[in-house]
Design a protein around this ligand. Structure first.
Ligand SMILES: Nc1ncnc2c1ncn2[C@@H]1O[C@H](COP(=O)(O)OP(=O)(O)OP(=O)(O)O)[C@@H](O)[C@H]1O
Ligand SMILES: Nc1nc2c(c(=O)[nH]1)N=C(CO)CN2
Length: 279
């Protein structure tokens, strides 16, 4: 991916563990590699299609000055997140903070930390078959819209689907959504479960009726398999009500384990069960 590089921006700031560092301040050198798609800006010579590096430097200078931290790790973590939140064109940032005057009583050139942070792509399946089904799903979408570390990128049509899995129960509304997030997979799972609880979700019957179900289908191309979280969702490719919206959102995207596209996986299962509820 293309990038813009800022090298050793000198910033006077008050990071440090010792009281005198917090009081007197010192010089830090901040470097950032900003991963941005530069093609369009380059083709059209248009600054509105890229990131203004002067604005990013100004932001780094100001943010660092007014947000002192004990650790340079913390300073880097917070700054990387704020850069990603404040400049939407930046998909990923690699950030280093050098501290040349670290008070360790021995001569050194500098100590530094370097971190890499990015927006992750995740897909969520939603479903409901009790009460105000559309209302519960809209509530979940609104909750997600208001999370700072989440950008809701796309929502599929809502589908009416008959129950899958053998439990006799009412029909569902199902669909999927695509989001960009700074949350890690377990943080995302915790958030989704909190939203489910907000919709009075109860867990009694396995695959039974529910006010709101939010499952993580994919998180980048990560493969995770433990008690709390399995990624990709282990049953996604068998479910018409999941694969139809996924094939609509990202037909070419490859399933990281099955290595087939969403469209190919959708084409491979029977689909007699769905109709559009709302687009
Ligand atoms: N990819 C995933 N997304 C959501 N929950 C998951 C995932 N992988 C594992 N889990 C775990 O599954 C547990 C049960 O979740 P839930 O009650 O929503 O399952 P279910 O919806 O009945 O079944 P299914 O996930 O097959 O649709 C959760 O507590 C969670 O820890
Ligand atoms: N149609 C449909 N059937 C289901 C669904 C669902 O969301 N839609 N969810 C289940 C367990 O998660 C079990 N069966």
């Amino acid at each position: 991916m293309d990038s813009i590089i800022i090298k050793d921006l000198s910033v006077y700031a008050y990071h440090g563990f010792l009281p005198e560092e917090r009081k007197l301040g010192q010089n830090f050198y901040i470097s950032a590699e900003l991963f941005v798609d530069l093609r369009s800006a380059g083709m059209h010579d248009d600054i509105s299609q890229t990131v203004n590096y002067a604005a990013v430097c100004g932001f780094i200078n100001e943010y660092t000055r007014v947000h002192p931290a004990k650790l340079i790790e913390t300073a880097a973590e917070q700054l990387a997140e704020q850069i990603l939140l404040s400049f939407p064109a930046i998909e990923e940032v690699s950030l280093s903070i050098k501290k040349p005057s670290a008070p360790i009583g021995l001569p050194l050139q500098y100590v530094s930390v370097k971190i890499n942070r990015k927006w992750h792509e995740a897909f969520i399946a939603f479903g409901s078959n009790i009460g105000n089904r559309e209302g519960y799903i809209n509530y979940a979408i609104e909750e997600l819209r208001h999370v700072v570390r989440i950008k809701l990128e796309a929502v599929s049509p809502f589908y009416a689907s008959t129950p899958y899995g053998g439990v006799e129960q009412s029909n569902f509304i199902n669909g999927a959504l695509r989001l960009s997030t700074l949350l890690l997979p377990f943080e995302l799972l915790d958030l989704l479960q909190k939203i489910e609880r907000g919709a009075k979700r109860k867990r009694d019957i396995h695959w039974g009726p529910r006010t709101l179900d939010l499952d993580i289908l994919l998180y980048d191309d990560e493969i995770i398999n433990n008690d709390k979280l399995i990624l990709p969702h282990p049953d996604m490719a068998n479910r018409d009500f999941v694969m139809k919206p996924m094939a609509q959102l990202v037909p070419q995207k490859l399933h990281p384990v099955l290595n087939k596209s969403m469209q190919a996986l959708y084409d491979a299962i029977p689909h007699d069960q769905l109709h559009i509820y709302r687009s």
